[in-house]
Design a protein around this ligand. Structure first.
Ligand code: AMP
Length: 360
């Protein structure tokens, strides 16, 4: 089987690596060949709207997927004329726009935050009046890792917040006083078979994922999260891995966003689950049976952001796994790698995670 992956960042790299044992060859595509993915698999450089190059790539592949959420949906529709694309472009289209995404959650009965579209300053005033303060003003598109969003604590902040983001379609969201953040990663195969990983608890720092632990304390939340994800699977006849990020407030789930791709909060599945999210994504889009999603122990993951610790120091810690994405340029806020550990109890996992955080 040959899989073409649009986007060759760390997610594309980990997908390509997961393909090797299964004899699935991945060819990556990105604006430049100097990418994390380009170091481990064949890569073609080109623009994401170069239909001639994209069609040629698609014709060399059995199926096309993406590791990047901002791939133009129009390009995927052009590719669809020659090769199947999974997950479905319609799911990506909704995930690319926070307003469409939250509207879809509402239509599917998935609880989400209070929200309103904002295009003008008057819209913002009306939204704050309706939904209350504090809130967050976000760009509808192209936001990631906390970028493109401004918190509004009081009425006096509104002018500055609007000025910071004006000129782009915006969304105002009421601020959720959450007790924790969790994510569900699930997968649906082409025959309709589904599988779900245990819920993962995530901590963000400055809007960027810092640590994940799984399985987390979940109780009935696991079943609710799976029910919500199943409704999205059904709507799109979805094929591939899907992630939904939730806030937990008053013991209930509130959906924040979804990602129609493998997800940073699922990196622990490489060492901590019987089948990784990367392998399961490839299995799904290649029409193969899904792998066991159960956890092998208690996993913790620490993102390495802006700077990598010394290899010698990290690898001296028994049980600590290092993933270096091979990025040549370290910048503040840039994800350069991650650490994973798997222990036999939640307590030992939390202790080990605390020690791993110090190495960061
Ligand atoms: P996002 O880009 O929407 O995933 O936001 C990044 C992070 O900002 C989230 O993981 C939360 O920690 C925080 N955040 C985003 N939206 C809200 C909200 N409506 N209420 C409270 N915190 C939020």
């Amino acid at each position: 089987m040959k899989v073409a992956i649009l986007g060759a960042g760390q997610l594309g790299r980990m997908l390509a690596l997961a393909g090797y044992p299964l004899g699935i060859a991945c060819e990556l595509y990105d604006q430049t060949a100097e990418t994390p993915g380009g170091q481990v698999a064949k890569i073609t450089a080109g623009a994401f709207d170069d239909y001639r190059k994209l069609t040629a790539l698609a014709r060399r592949a059995d199926v096309v997927t993406f590791d990047w959420e901002n791939v133009p949906v129009e390009s995927l529709r052009v590719i669809l004329r020659s090769t199947p694309v999974y997950p479905q472009p319609a799911a990506l289209e909704v995930a690319q726009d926070r307003l469409l995404e939250k509207t879809a959650f509402g239509q599917l009965g998935i609880p989400t935050v209070g929200f309103a579209a904002v295009n003008t300053r008057a819209d913002l005033d009306a939204a704050a009046l309706k939904l209350g303060l504090p809130g967050i003003l976000k760009t509808r598109r192209f936001g990631y890792d906390g970028k493109g969003q401004v918190r509004i604590h009081r009425a006096a902040d509104m002018g500055r917040a609007f000025a910071a983001l004006a000129g782009q379609p915006l969304i105002y969201e009421s601020f959720v006083n959450f007790s924790r953040e969790v994510s569900l990663i699930g997968v649906r195969g082409s025959t309709g078979e589904t599988a779900f990983y245990p819920l993962t608890e995530n901590v963000h720092e400055q809007g960027i994922l810092a640590t994940s632990r799984a399985p987390c304390r979940a109780g009935s939340l696991q079943a609710s999260a799976e029910r919500y994800m199943r409704s999205i699977f059904k709507k799109y006849k979805y094929v591939g891995v899907l992630a939904i990020e939730f806030f937990v407030a008053n013991g209930r789930l509130i959906a924040n966003e979804m990602a129609p791709r493998v997800h940073n909060s699922g990196h622990w599945t490489i060492e901590g689950a019987r089948t990784s999210q990367f392998e399961n994504h490839l299995r799904a889009i290649c029409g193969l049976p899904l792998g066991d999603t159960s956890a092998t122990g208690h996993a913790g993951m620490v993102n390495l952001i802006g700077r990598l610790p010394k290899k010698k120091t990290v690898l001296a810690v028994r049980g600590l796994h290092l993933h270096d994405y091979g990025k040549t340029e370290a910048r503040p806020g840039r994800k350069l790698g991650h650490l994973t550990l798997v222990t036999s109890s939640a307590r030992s996992r939390d202790l080990a995670l605390g020690r791993a955080l110090k190495l960061r």
